[in-house]
Design a protein around this ligand. Structure first.
Ligand code: ADP
Length: 163
């Protein structure tokens, strides 16, 4: 069985992420969407909330599993017997960081490949930070995230302490 992992923060999941997951699910037998705990990033949603949201929007993919992990992505890939780490590429500025990470991961585990899928043009501008910024100003999120994510974002923004 060929397993791939799609690691990320997914804070929160967007239509850009979902497009990548759908395409990866056609290429591998089993796909693990792996939510990184990485507290340095100071996420808006807790790890449990991010996992829950991902599960709720991925129910119609029988070969996609959602999980979370601590530590190095490559170690989690090895633990889960994944043969590939799949990342999405949007803009040129993604490339430098992704290239560095892919080379580092190759050094750490030479049998785990990193595969990049190019974003679809209509999703190339979407990222979780922009989504959160738009939500904080009450803007429309309809074309950026699924309705359940929009709802959770609105709730979260309402309950954030005023600065
Ligand atoms: P990270 O903090 O690991 O970059 P993200 O949640 O921002 O986590 O992204 C997870 C993965 O999804 C990354 O590979 C990123 O490039 C990809 N991704 C994010 N937004 C998009 C998008 N709009 N189109 C395609 N891929 C995307």
């Amino acid at each position: 069985m060929r397993t791939a992992i799609c690691p990320g923060s997914f804070d929160p999941v967007t239509y850009g992420h979902l497009d990548i997951f759908g395409r990866v699910s056609l290429l591998f037998d089993h796909v693990i969407v792996a939510v990184s705990r990485n507290p340095i990033k100071n996420p808006l949603f807790s790890i449990e909330e991010r996992v829950e949201l991902l599960k709720s929007v991925l129910t119609h993919y029988p070969n996609i599993e959602v999980s979370s992990f601590d530590g190095l992505t490559v170690n989690y890939a090895i633990k889960r017997k994944a043969i590939a780490i799949v990342r999405g590429l949007r803009v040129i500025s993604d490339f430098e960081n992704e290239f560095r990470m892919a080379l580092t991961n190759k050094k750490l585990a030479c049998h785990v490949e990193t595969i990049f899928l190019m974003t679809k043009a209509e999703y190339s501008f979407i990222n979780s930070s922009t989504v959160k910024e738009i939500a904080s100003f009450g803007g429309s999120l309809r074309s950026l995230v699924p309705p359940v994510v929009e709802e959770k974002l609105r709730e979260k923004m309402k309950n954030l302490p005023k600065s």
